[in-house]
Design a protein around this ligand. Structure first.
Ligand code: ADP
Ligand code: MG
Length: 592
């Protein structure tokens, strides 16, 4: 055979390797994700091209990926039966940067930075093949394209400026089609060659790659084998019995075999009509280590401008012992790109903080495999995804609120009501969706919370506003003098007993064109003013007011005659533009 030919890497390749090694050193295991994703791409390509050129898949081998480990020598081999590479393709794909997706990625990033444009172009690119050198001293790629009758071997070493290509001559290494990568691991990274470790990584990163991934695993099978009897015992034993009952013992026979390591049909790729609630719940519990079923789930696909699939869940419990509103690191959303697991660290980019309790998977066809927080934050695609995800979440919550099982929404509200109130403060755009989901106690419903719709339905014909009163509990709300006149007139008042309630309501400002009105503020107008009478009373009591103001001095801003009380002699109110007593209490609590 002709000798191996030596090729110099394109100058940028070394620069790129440096970049990958330096930016990913703390996350070395991504090499496996990248190589599996290349294998999966090669299988996709073969499948796609053989539609028009059946000759390409004339070698009837299964489309799959097989990963074998040799832990004693620190070697990993990854074999796919995909499209493979010709000699020229080896040079173009693995020797120059021009063909590598990574280069396109770098170029696209640079161009979009220079042009100041949105860089959603970079959708098709990954960190790539060179990530193999994160863990390897030497990488050997033996590959057979259906377009060529020869198999070629590419061989490269870490930190070298050249690589070689030769023909495969060892008959043991011949494959009918596809690519076999052999990684000779660095001394400190040989641990990756443990079969269990690889299995775990495959499960974690590529559980839902749509081709089967097999790993080479040691198995045990228990067998019963006959054992020779102790001659001393045999003498004592009865002759007949001995013939009937031969002594046996259990032994475990060890052997190695391929084991399917991923599930090839992820639940979100299936037709929602064909997935049962039990299956959704099972997936939820397995994926998020939950014990109880979720309160609701939503499975949807969007096509057109942005393509992604998602299964979302509203949990039935909130994490105990920690406030997850202030903890954005919930690992509740698993992001996949083209079925390859990317990260569960991006919930903050895909969901607003107040919806951080939502769990689920999101699988995008439009994002790059090496997607980073920065890319997500700048991407127009992500903005569209985020909008859809939020809407679907509201639909899901609304569904719970309309469920026949009333307890479901109570459970939801108890766990996540605070989150929605935070949403009122932080997400103006969705006020219309948030407001109908809120629940409060009221002067006419002290034991069961009501919705704003129920309040509005119960409004008096002449009533224009929605009345509320902030207090620290239902019983203290019930006992305030502010209520007297309203109760007398049979007007319902919402009791805002959660500290965040008042700020949330103030952010909403109105509901169905009815303003929220704080009945503890000074200019409460119940639409029953008798100005003549008020004027007379004011004059009559003006000296009394002056005297009281003098006695109280700086403690109050003003002393006034009011028409809002019926049995109490006086009440302390807040100024129209000042804080309510409740807010004042909150502010004090915060500054202490
Ligand atoms: P990308 O996958 O983004 O194109 P990579 O650096 O991962 O970039 O791979 C570079 C190129 O090498 C691929 O585009 C592909 O043409 C080729 N390649 C890599 N791995 C394989 C494989 N297992 N089978 C066939 N071709 C491969
Ligand atoms: Mg790749």
């Amino acid at each position: 055979p002709p000798p191996a030919e030596k090729y110099e890497y394109q100058a940028e390749v070394s620069r790129l390797m440096d970049l990958i090694v330096n930016s990913l050193y703390s996350n070395k295991e991504v090499f496996l994700r990248e190589l599996i994703s290349n294998a999966s791409d090669a299988l996709d390509k073969l499948r796609y091209l053989s539609v028009t050129d059946p000759q390409l898949s004339k070698d009837a081998v299964d489309l799959d990926i097989r990963i074998q480990t040799d832990k004693d020598n620190g070697i990993i081999t990854i074999t796919d039966s995909g499209i493979g590479m010709t000699r020229q393709e080896l040079v173009d794909c693995l020797g120059t940067i021009a063909q590598s997706g990574t280069a396109k990625f770098l170029k696209a990033v640079k161009e979009s930075k220079d042009a100041g444009t949105d860089n959603n172009l970079i959708g098709q690119f990954g960190v790539g093949f060179y990530s193999a050198f994160l863990v390897s001293d030497k990488v050997v790629v033996s590959t057979k394209s259906p377009k060529s009758d020869k198999q070629y071997v590419w061989e490269g070493e870490a930190n070298a400026s050249s690589y070689t290509i030769r023909e495969e001559t060892n008959p043991e290494n011949l494959i009918p089609r596809g690519t076999r990568l052999t990684l000779y691991l660095k001394r400190d990274d040989k641990g990756f060659a443990h079969p269990e470790r690889i299995q775990k990584l495959v499960k974690n990163y590529s559980q839902f790659v749509s081709f089967p991934i097999y790993t080479w695993q040691e198995k045990g099978i228990t067998k019963e084998v006959e054992v020779d009897e102790d001659p001393a015992e045999a003498k004592e034993a009865d002759q007949d019995e001995k013939i009937e009952k031969k002594k046996t013992k259990k032994v475990v026979e060890r052997y190695w075999d391929w084991e399917l390591t991923n599930e090839t049909q992820p639940i979100w790729l299936r037709n929602p009509k064909e997935v049962t609630t039990e299956e959704y719940n099972e997936f939820y519990k397995k994926t998020f280590n939950e014990y109880s079923d979720p309160l609701a789930s939503s499975h949807f696909t969007t096509e057109g401008e942005v393509e992604f699939r998602s299964v979302l869940y509203v949990p039935a419990t909130s994490p105990m012992g920690r406030d997850d509103i202030t903890n954005p690191k919930t690992k509740n959303i698993r992001l996949y790109v083209k079925r390859v697991f990317i990260s569960d660290d991006f919930d903050g980019e895909l969901f607003p903080r107040y919806l951080s309790f939502v769990k689920g998977v999101v699988d995008s066809n439009d994002l790059p495999l090496n997607v980073s927080r920065e890319i997500l934050q700048e991407s127009r695609i992500v903005r569209i995804m985020r909008k859809r995800l939020v809407r679907k979440t509201f639909d899901m919550i609304l569904g719970i609120s309309m469920s026949e099982n009333k307890g479901d929404y109570e459970t939801f509200w108890e766990n996540f009501g605070k989150h929605l109130k935070l949403g009122c403060i932080e997400d103006r755009e969705n006020h219309k969706r948030l407001a109908p989901l809120l629940r409060f106690f009221s002067s006419q419903s002290e034991d069961e919370m009501i919705s704003l719709d129920e309040y509005v339905e119960n409004m008096k014909a002449e009533q224009k506003d929605i009345y509320y009163l902030a207090a620290d509990s239902v019983s203290s709300a019930r006992n305030t003098p502010f209520l007297e006149r309203l109760l007398e007139k049979d007007l319902e008042v919402l009791y805002l007993v959660d500290p965040i309630d008042e700020v949330a309501i103030q952010s909403l400002k109105s509901y169905k064109e009815k303003n929220f009105v704080d009945i503890s503020k000074e200019d409460l107008d119940l639409g029953d003013k008798n100005e003549e009478k008020e004027k007379v009373t004011k004059e009559e009591f003006s000296r009394t007011c002056d005297w009281i103001k003098k006695r109280l001095g700086e403690k109050v801003a003003n002393v006034q005659i009011s028409n809002r009380l019926s049995s109490s002699p006086c009440v302390l109110v807040s100024g129209k533009f000042g804080w309510s007593a409740n807010m004042e209490r909150l502010m004090k609590a915060q500054t202490v």
